[in-house]
Design a protein around this ligand. Structure first.
Ligand SMILES: *Cc1c(COP(=O)(O)O)cnc(C)c1O
Length: 559
């Protein structure tokens, strides 16, 4: 006791001496300055320090990302470079525009309302003209993914449903209770597929992106509630770009971890290393969009449990395939709410649920989590405003169309389409593996098979396949492409695809060192550009070109 007191006394004495010394030193340093100077310098330094602190503490981007960005911005800002970059971009955008809407003789863009409304006949005539502008034969099975079902009978059913529900809006449940009921039933039926419990809940959304955005906003808000100011999401590089979008929109930092180089799925150990007190969510894909491969969801679920972090399973693509695979004779490792760590799942009804475009579900293991998704503006002068998702008004017809599609298929219908699609994908994979000089990514168990090559620039084969009418998905890092098998690919289509791949590879291998040309070359070089902001500008140019109706002479509708 005495010893402790003595030590405390010594410490106190030493502190007083140091403070005294510091006081003398500071006063000494200030000697020669006037009072106003000292105030100004102090204020200036404070300002600088807070500035620096704020800069270091960016909600979304890491210091490295911002240093790189600033470096390129600086370079591009230099007068000689600025001119060149601008001219080059403008040239590219112009070219993209011309390719997008090749103007036909006598075809004019509309840029104002027709003075008088036109008849239904005229409208359909004009629509017919617009339709012929497409080259991709999705009905014939030459398009990867994109239209997953689209059978004639289902189109007729959905058109009738649309007719009956076109003006409905779940924003007004008192006016359209039947739409709210259908939404609730779609959610319940989906929850059952993923083994949700009695306390599970969800909502319908406009698509996979909105489902993911909402889940990420939910986890950000839960993190905020816990006092985490700077929440972080951890995902694999092959997770869908919707997670980048969530990061961008909601100011959440996205930490991307690499894939395992052998399996091409999320490297769970790399994910574990990135978990910190700021982690608000772990993401796993079932399967990932680029390679169609299932992440080790069991392992991610364990991480989530161990570190008490929510786990989101992105089953947007496979959501309405994987729950039926066991019954279809292709069992998978567990991926759903049966895993204790999995807290939410996104699944797209408008992909393998075959519903018309514009619907998806976001499901939560616990309704308490879903509460964070519900938005309320309680003091709005327009009344207490509460919505379950991002939109205000929502198309009730799409909810009805989704509901009708699910009823039309039933479990047996989904099991049988799943069986056929998986069998077709396995067949294609097996045949592709026999082709020399290309390789298949990992072990594709679901509906996507991705192809790469160590021998030649794979975009050359991609381009050659394009010339044969195949509309595939090109992938980068590494350069590759994939085919996403849907109801449109019959065995005849698959055999044609295999034959075309074999022929294209053979042709390309006559001169394996040659570089890709045209659009394929552009895609290849895009990967090699270190300044990703150039890609941003080019892609924005592309999007702008989509809206460019100034090409060709514009006028109203001519009769
Ligand atoms: C398609 C897809 C999404 C996004 O869905 P959208 O409906 O296009 O918004 C998200 N994740 C995966 C794995 C997907 O395949």
């Amino acid at each position: 006791m005495d010893a402790a007191q003595a030590i405390a006394g010594d410490v106190l004495e030493a502190t007083v001496i140091y403070l005294e010394k510091a006081r003398v030193a500071v006063n000494g340093a200030c000697r020669g300055f006037e009072g106003w100077q000292i105030i100004l310098i102090a204020a200036g330094v404070t300002l600088l320090v807070t500035r620096l602190y704020n800069w270091l503490d960016h909600p979304r981007l890491t210091i490295r990302q911002r240093v790189v960005h600033n470096f390129w911005s600086f370079l591009k800002g230099l007068p000689i470079i600025r001119g060149k970059v601008k001219a080059e971009l403008a040239k590219n955008v112009q070219k993209i525009g011309e390719e997008m809407y090749p103007t036909k003789e006598g075809d004019h863009f509309l840029n104002r309302l027709p003075a008088d409304g036109i008849s239904s006949d005229e409208i359909f005539k004009r629509l017919e003209q617009y339709k012929t502008a497409t080259f991709a034969d999705w009905k014939g099975g030459k398009v990867s993914g994109c239209v997953y079902g689209g059978t004639e009978e289902l189109s007729t059913l959905c058109a009738k449903v649309y007719h009956d529900f076109a003006w409905t809006n779940p924003l007004h449940p008192d006016v359209f209770p039947e739409v709210r009921r259908m939404e609730a039933e779609v959610v319940s039926m989906s929850l059952k597929l993923f083994h949700g419990g009695p306390n599970s809940g969800g909502t319908m959304t406009s698509g996979g992106t909105e489902s993911i955005l909402l889940a990420m906003q939910t986890y950000r808000d839960i993190a905020w509630e816990k006092g985490i100011d700077r929440p972080e999401i951890i995902a694999a590089v092959s997770a869908h770009a919707a997670f980048n979008k969530a990061s961008h929109y909601f100011g959440i930092r996205l930490i991307l971890v690499p894939n395992d180089p052998k399996t091409h799925t999320l490297d769970v150990r790399a994910m574990k290393k990135k978990i910190s007190k700021n982690t608000c969510c772990l993401v796993a894909s079932a399967p990932s969009f680029p390679y169609g491969l299932l992440d080790d969801i069991e392992a991610v679920s364990k991480l989530g449990e161990r570190y008490n972090v929510p786990v989101h399973v992105d089953a947007c693509l496979g959501g309405f395939l994987i729950p039926f695979m066991e019954k279809a004779g292709f069992p998978l490792p567990p991926f759903d709410f049966r895993l204790p760590g999995v807290t939410s799942i996104s699944a797209d009804t408008h992909k393998y649920g075959y519903a018309p475009k514009g619907s998806s579900v976001i499901l939560y293991k616990d309704k308490e989590t879903r509460n964070f998704q519900f938005f309320v503006a309680g003091s709005w002068s327009g009344g207490i405003y509460a919505t379950p998702t991002m939109a205000g008004s929502r198309p009730g017809a799409l909810i009805a169309g989704c509901w009708a599609t699910m009823m039309y298929f039933g479990e047996r219908g989904y099991v049988s389409t799943t069986r056929r699609i998986i069998a077709e994908t396995r067949y294609i994979t097996q045949q592709l593996r026999k082709i020399k000089d290309i390789y298949v990514f990992g072990d594709p168990l679901i509906s996507v098979v991705a192809v790469g090559s160590d021998k030649f620039d794979v975009f050359r084969a991609f381009a050659a396949l394009g010339k044969k009418g195949w509309n595939l998905n090109s992938l980068q890092f590494p350069a590759s492409f994939h085919l996403c098998v849907t109801q449109r690919q019959t065995r005849t289509v698959s055999d044609q695809f295999i034959k075309d791949v074999r022929d294209c590879v053979k042709e390309v291998m006559k001169d394996p060192g040659k570089k890709a040309e045209g659009a394929a070359a552009l895609y290849g070089t895009a990967q090699a550009i270190p300044d990703r902001s150039i890609i941003t500008e080019m892609a924005r140019g592309y999007l702008a070109a989509c809206y460019n109706t100034a090409m060709g002479e514009s006028n109203g509708v001519s009769h």
